[in-house]
Design a protein around this ligand. Sequence first.
Ligand code: GAP
Length: 498
Amino acid sequence: MEEIVGLCKRRGFIFPSSEIYGGYNGFYDYGPLGVELRNNIKQAWWRDMVQRRDDIEGLDSTIIMHPDIWKASGHVDGFSDPMVDCRESKLRYRADQLFFAPVIVAGETIGYVSVVECPQQQEIAEKAAADIKRKAAKQGTLEPIVLKDYTESKPEEYDLVPSPATGKPGSLTAPREFKLMFETKVGPLADDSAVAYLRPETAQGIFANYKNIVDTGRVKIPFGIAQIGKAFRNEITPRNFIFRSREFEQMEIEYFIAPSADWKALHREWIDTCIDWLVSIGLPRASITEDIHPEDKLAFYSQATTDLMFQFPHGEQELWGVACRGDYDLKQHQEHSGKSMTIFDEASKEKYVPHVIEPSLGVDRTLLAVLTAAYTIDEVPNDKGKVEERTLLKFSPKIAPVKAAIFPLLKNKPELVERAQALYQKLQRRWNVFYDASGAIGRRYRRQDEIGTPFGITIDFDTIEKDGTVTLRDRDTCEQRRVTEDQLIQFLEEQIDG
Ligand code: GAP
């Protein structure tokens, strides 16, 4: 993760927000390359999920909506995470990310260990338990350490579990609910009637506009409404770079189906569509797994949820949630707004409130997954034939921030520069391309490899003196071949837009 964070900063993908004031925890800014990558991910999703499908309509609703929407959806009362404070260090933890276990030797509890969720948590806890046993000079067998999260702690354990910050027991509070929605005030009144919220998900904007789209569009069941937009959550512990931040972006679909439809089959179809899409933007199929939520952990209205998990640098974590939410949201809005949410199904001649399948994906998490999958270190020969280590980002050409770099072989030969500039300006009309004339050609290639530019195009003396062909270099294999300008454009079209 540190290497990816370093590369993102060095090459202008992602910066900590407000960095000149020391940064602002949980907020990130996207620099020149980051904004291109981010836009390309969103465009690819919009094109594949909205424009290339006949059954999905797009929407762009406001971030601040009528506060009653959040009462109806259950967010005002229920959108919170369990939190625990360390009274001594003043640090705050998400209780479900803080793990603890009793240290039991020869049947007797001689202390407790605690650890913040991480891939090595079991090892860390076992080592801490062995230390406690050694310090206590206790003879006998140390029983296996069985970690539980702090939401499962009992009141008599609060004073016994050590704080991960201090290593000492006695400073952790009981878990309590922490509200995640950011509040603001709308209008000139400063009283409670002015309280509004920054949306914590884009989904409710879809439900709130469902009736508009049904009444104005030509939709028929099954159909979906898609939205890309910012969401805000006052996360207790934003961490792991852009994986969990306080301001992020979501790409969500609410897919409306008949109550009698085979929702299990449709759920499966959506899971497969989502996996295929992730593979299409360059994530290896083997790095994506499915986490099926156990029935006893589902929200009362939910029929099923499967998370698509990705192997992030900090471990396997949720990337995309695909939930079957029944008719809960529409019925809640029907009840609170007094407006009917029924639809007339032409095919079955029935009137009903549809059920919904919700694929919900974070833009920033997708970007981190794409960076993780693309980040590569290999060895290639330099200009002098000496093998050197290189860092490269193997982005799919579809989402790469810069699609191609155009180089005149030498910058002091006007005929090369002129020809390279002409090609650059021609390609620039269609794609985000880069012109670079400075430094040895090998160094110029490396600079582009590091930001994931898939193709290098060099104009040399053969271009101007012989057949007009240019050298086309592949980022991943470093192979070079000569192509005509027509062949080049056709190739780029296939690779980037195909
Ligand atoms: N409407 C359903 C919903 O919002 P969620 O699981 O809370 O469900 C959906 O969020 C997706 O949004 C997640 O799978 C993740 O990709 C992204 N996401 C959620 N919280 C995030 C955060 N704090 N930072 C970055 N991405 C987040």
